[in-house]
Design a binder for this molecule. Structure first.
Ligand SMILES: [Zn+2]
Length: 247
């Protein structure tokens, strides 16, 4: 009786453990992508994972957790490392994975965020009176401009770049839209999520983003996710890294 008494919980825990393992297997299989891909950041090769809401298949590297945009940025980095080397750099809203790629190339690397405790400096990208004009050789600004007054931000970014300095920009964009979707009356989080794709975005860019950038006296170059890189590295077709240079 005593033995049975002690066996019973063991059996139960074994069953619970088995049920958990089955659940995990189902869950993982459900979220595994369809194709063997290569991560240009950590060099993992194999199946990627679904990511996002709604989920995108083949989106996330299971080893370093990179997403499509991070891998595109790494491909741009690999082609432009010589231009970045030794420069004074500023990185807004730094994601640790992106910092790991870019920081080793910089001579001096400063991270910045509008929220405290997230980066080396607390900076409002729209107004940076503490930053000297012509200070930076390159500035990383990925998924920031859609949160702020981009006219003010681009003017400030232009000011703090050295002549010949580069501003590296990524944004959510609908290339099929000639005009950016923007409405100052859309203020609530629900409405921002509905119209701009996220509850703290203030616009959804259309293809006219190029004019906004060049109006800040920056010369624009574009690095696009094309084949064979899309199917090799799991990129979003047509996604862009915008590279704006101060003359
Ligand atoms: Zn990876």
């Amino acid at each position: 009786m005593d033995l049975q008494h002690f066996r019973a919980p063991n059996t139960t825990s074994r069953l619970v453990g088995r049920a958990r393992a089955v659940y995990r297997a189902i869950r993982d299989r459900r979220f595994v992508g369809a194709y063997e891909l290569e991560c240009p950041i950590c060099r993992y090769t194999g199946l990627f994972k679904w990511y996002g809401d709604p989920p995108r298949r083949d989106a996330q590297c299971p080893h370093c957790r990179s997403l499509e945009r991070h891998r595109l940025l790494k491909l741009w980095f690999d082609q432009n490392e010589a231009r970045l080397r030794g420069g004074t750099a500023l990185h807004f809203a730094p994601e640790p994975g992106v910092t790991r790629i870019f920081k080793p190339a910089a001579g001096r690397y400063v991270t910045a965020d509008i929220s405290p405790d997230r980066a080396d400096r607390v900076l409002n990208i729209e107004d940076m009176p503490g930053e000297k004009s012509g200070e930076y050789d390159w500035i990383l600004c990925s998924h920031v401009l859609e949160h702020v007054d981009d006219r003010k931000a681009l003017a400030e970014l232009h000011r703090i770049l050295k002549p010949g300095g580069m501003l590296i920009i990524m944004i959510p964009i609908v290339e099929g839209w000639p005009a950016t979707c923007e409405d100052a009356d859309v203020r609530s989080e629900d409405h921002r999520a509905k119209y701009f794709g996220q509850n703290d975005h203030v616009r959804y860019y259309g293809s006219d983003v190029r004019r906004r950038i060049t109006q800040a006296n920056l010369v624009l170059d574009e690095f696009t996710a094309v084949e064979p890189n899309v199917s090799r590295y799991g990129l979003t077709r047509g996604e862009k890294v915008f590279v704006a240079t101060r003359q």
